[in-house]
Design a protein. Structure first.
Lengths: 337, 337
DNA sequence: TTGTAGGCGTTATCAC
DNA sequence: GTGATAACGCCTACAA
């Protein structure tokens, strides 16, 4: 069933049917009614391939989401959808695997759907370096800094990773912890780099030498990896009194490991996470963490992409404020100064 | 840039370029090489709209996933992708919102991509009743029973929800618990119905009258909802000694509520969940739960859809075995008989 | 092995 | 208001 069939059946021409289906003006009420009736009768739907093929431009913005079970991204998407509701743009979402190439995918989407702008939720610097020059659309990379990439059509909005980590670690130091271990992602990742930098910064500000700092265990952002990393730390000669985990999931894995080892959080070892995902609030003890504001992240990304599209605003790179959420997973060794 | 440009540039014709791009035989090595070089040079990509439009049939199976942060579905998808890797089919995935209409979406996809079969991860009976008659492709509904719908091209694979719930509750009864409360989804949902049926069944088998059973608190499948439901139970005159939560997330919310109320799991109140998600293993105490086998769910769905497509097998409705994972959230009041 | 031409289902630009 | 008709980019007979 195509609009051709619809035309034949209603006695109107292709053009009129198409006009009705696209809510164009200049169609008689009568035509609209007859045609819509036929549409409903058959449950007719337009073929979007044909539509996309023909349309040169669409009032569409595409959001490419990396990884399909990321609570932060899911929440951000909700806000984003709400924001686009009252605009002339339609937000379309495309989920891709964690390790798929988002830039390649974006290029395909540009070809097929001809969107006005691109939003990337998560992204790998390397993929951008290699292929983003082929993309000419205003784009915003959310959750990862694109300043260094310096494409003039690629903005970015990120949480202040370095500052957040610094704040978390400083909080631990202020509470009297000394050797603070870090568990986090691969040192090769930009985000991990920044958070590690924040860790160092907090120490530097208090004049603590590198040799007097705790160890860094690399892993992936998962419960299991957090567990394993912590387990490793627990079996070393000198156990840390506190751990900074670069992600809440790692923090939770770590807390479980501490429990299994027979120690307690925060009595024996304190833990601070990063992200602010829900489960942190439900875990026992409630996780003290650096909260990324998904709401502001979404809002600023939205504003930036729209400004770039409508006013040709230049690409910008913005850092969003974080918030230290003090809960129950940190013990005060000396009263904070 | 289109294949036309590519043809012009390489001196070959449209046909040859297309053949190269689609790995057809009957192309000279030379042509393949020159054309591929041009493709790489420009980073050329085919327009999939045009491709889909033209192609009448594709060796494709589409998986429509409802809700984009469902751990069970994400895991199932991983298995599914692995299963399809060695077949001639390409699995394409389409994520839709929790409350979008999966059947409508499926119809659109059929029009656009002309797949050979459909996989639904999650689905609403009502949507199927209303619109599935328009879909003529072999389909499998995973995680929700489609027997009652009785479409001859719609199979289903589900965990034995009733049996699982019965097992969970029986385990609690066997451990000496008496008034077992239930917290779960809306009584209107099929899955909740089945799990509630299992709860009743476990009691019937031991000859326990409805009046001697615990209360049922309705909610949604979320941490918060589990928390609220439990809080309500805690503030009633007669507190339960055990709770069966229809989802692990609810169970975790409930455990947090118990903690906040000043009681302990399992010493004061025991909890059993349903699903077998990761966090249950990391929570303190580790959650005793009914595990749905995502692996088998995926495997059987895969086998069924392929059988329907290739051998015209009739639709079937299968129940997958669950597993009771005994961990730390249940206390034995009397030794189990 | 390669080239040519028709058409997939739409939308948009014309006339009428 | 409405109806022809020409693309959109690609695939695939069929012809050479």
């Amino acid at each position: 069933m195509t609009i051709k069939d619809l035309a034949r059946e209603t006695g109107y021409s292709l053009g009129t049917v198409s006009r009705v289906l696209n809510n164009h003006p200049n169609v008689s009420e009568k035509a609209r009614k007859t045609i819509m009736e036929a549409v409903d009768r058959h449950g007719f739907m337009l073929n979007t391939s044909a539509k996309n093929l023909k349309q040169q431009q669409s009032e569409t913005i595409c959001c490419i989401v990396k990884g399909n079970s990321n609570e932060l991204f899911a929440k951000m998407l909700e806000y984003m959808q709400a924001l686009f509701l009252n605009t002339k743009y339609t937000l379309i979402t495309d989920f891709i695997d964690e390790d798929d190439n988002e830039v390649l995918r974006a290029r395909q989407i540009c070809l097929d759907k001809k969107p006005k702008g691109l939003l990337f939720f998560g992204g790998n610097q390397k993929n951008f370096q290699e292929g983003f020059d082929k993309i000419k659309l205003p784009s915003v990379l959310v959750t990862s800094d694109a300043k260094e990439l310096s494409f003039d059509n690629l903005s970015s909005v990120t949480t202040d990773d370095c500052g957040g980590a610094c704040c978390a670690v400083d909080y631990l130091l202020a509470n009297g912890h000394q050797k603070i271990a870090v568990i986090g992602g691969s040192a090769a990742s930009d985000t991990s780099q920044l958070r590690l930098r924040g860790y160092a910064l907090a120490h530097e500000r208090r004049g603590i030498e590198p040799k007097d700092r705790g160890p860094y265990v690399e892993g992936r952002y998962s419960y299991k990896s957090g567990y394993d990393a912590m387990w490793k730390l627990l079996n070393e000669e000198e156990k840390p009194t506190a751990v900074f985990a670069m992600a809440d999931v790692m923090a939770i894995g770590a807390m479980r490991a501490i429990n299994d080892y027979g120690l307690r959080v925060p009595e024996d070892i304190s833990v601070v996470g990063f992200d602010g995902i829900q489960i942190g609030e439900y875990f026992c003890p409630k996780l003290t963490t650096i909260v990324q504001s998904v709401e502001i992240l979404a809002k600023r990304s939205f504003e930036m992409i729209v400004a770039c599209i409508e006013e040709g605003a230049p690409a910008g790179h913005e850092k969003i404020a974080f918030e230290l959420k003090r809960k129950q997973s940190v013990k005060t060794i000396i009263s904070p100064k």
